[in-house]
Design a protein around this ligand. Structure first.
Ligand code: NAI
Length: 350
């Protein structure tokens, strides 16, 4: 059978850094494994119309959120043989999940593979915003020494109210990592943690509006679903505390592009950071590149070299089971033969 692997081009780094398993060329280290099973692995960085002929006779698509090929309903309709859609990483919104379910397909991701990597990135970006790191760094690079300029927007994180929207694997790890900064931690999730779990992560539940109104820093850690698509619009951002910082490592589309720019320009939000954009790759003129007071990176938080090893192993495990006709790891499944089985996604699709 034919497996199509779609990812970012590794260029010279593909050879220089063999640990860069997640680039198109290095194909998650799966080339020999797939060949040994007498299947075909096709590798590409095409995400536009040139991808379509490659997908036409594919049985399995392995895609990455970092360089997403948007597998829409229209595309799926032109893929009669496809059975399995796999995400090398976590977050499978690049697949039209509803259309995939209607077709009876299976969709899975490598749950947990990069949750520590993202949580570390969140902590870094929270500190970058609150401590005013980027302007301070640029002051140094620019040859200046204007302490007043950089100190006038620099704060301690200690004693700030930190809110987490989506208290799953990443959200909980963010909480545990921020706890030693002596912050006041709250969260909102449509599935509330038990009292014992709240004790472990050190965060208390608040209804959404209360979370928005009290958080000095808010971290978005939910999946992108029909329920969260552009959820952080003008009205919702307007309910956030004036001067708050927003960090989004979940998905770019959870935040409305123009509403965010307006909130930063008006000063309603003091800063924004994250690594996720819509669309990706972000075009050169994407307004988030040039909006004030941001500390954005490209979509890289979940693809540290350690994370790449973990999601490569996870994809291999999925393929091994699929080739042998065995069920995939339950934790990895989002849609199983057309049925939503992941609690994080089912809520929004039923
Ligand atoms: P998870 O499934 O463990 O946690 C997600 C949490 O969000 C769950 O507790 C769920 O109940 C909650 N949730 C879902 N819909 C909600 C809603 N409408 N309102 C409130 N809460 C809601 O997933 P995990 O591993 O924590 O990842 C979360 C997301 O982070 C992924 O879906 C993905 O989009 C993103 N991600 C980003 C990465 C990056 O490189 N930037 C890497 C890995 C994940």
């Amino acid at each position: 059978m034919k497996i199509v692997w779609i990812s970012y081009p590794g260029g010279a780094y593909a050879k220089e850094v063999p640990e860069l398993l997640g680039c198109a060329e290095n194909a998650l280290g799966l080339n020999e494994f797939v060949r040994a099973h007498h299947h075909e692995l096709v590798t590409t960085s095409e995400t536009g119309p040139k991808l379509d002929p490659l997908l036409a006779d594919a049985s399995v698509v392995v895609a990455t959120p970092f360089w997403p090929a948007y597998i829409t309903r229209e595309r799926l309709a032109k893929m009669p043989q496809v059975k399995l859609l796999l995400t090398a990483g976590v977050g499978s919104d690049h697949f039209d999940l509803k259309a995939a379910a209607e077709r009876g397909l299976t969709v899975a991701e490598v749950t947990g593979s990069n949750v520590v990597s993202v949580a570390e990135h969140v902590v870094m970006q929270v500190l970058a915003l609150v401590r005013n790191f980027v302007p301070s760094y640029l002051e140094v690079v620019g040859g200046g020494w204007d302490i007043a300029k950089v100190a006038s927007r620099s704060h301690d994180l200690e004693d700030k109210a930190v809110g987490i929207f989506g208290m799953g694997r990443i959200g909980q790890r963010v909480a545990i990592r921020l706890r030693p900064f002596d912050v006041r931690l709250h969260y909102y999730d449509n599935r509330r943690l038990s009292t014992a779990e709240e004790e472990v992560v050190g965060a208390r539940y608040l209804p959404l509006e209360a979370l928005l109104g009290t958080s000095d820093v808010l971290s978005i850690n939910s999946p992108l679903t029909p329920a969260t698509d552009r959820m952080f619009d003008r009205a919702l951002i307007g309910k956030m505390k004036k001067g708050a910082y927003l960090v989004n490592t979940a998905r770019g589309r959870i935040v409305d592009t123009d509403a965010l720019v307006a909130a930063l320009k008006s000063g309603h939000l003091a800063g924004y950071a994250g690594d996720v954009w819509y669309p990706q790759p972000a075009p050169k003129d994407h307004p988030w590149r040039t909006m004030p007071n941001h500390a954005m990176t490209p979509h890289v938080s979940g693809t540290s070299l350690e994370a790449q090893r973990r999601y490569a192993d996870g994809v291999r495990d999925c393929l091994e089971r699929f080739f042998a006709g065995r069920p995939l790891d339950r934790d990895f499944l989002i849609v199983e033969n057309g049925k939503f089985v992941s609690p994080s996604y089912s809520y929004a699709f039923q």
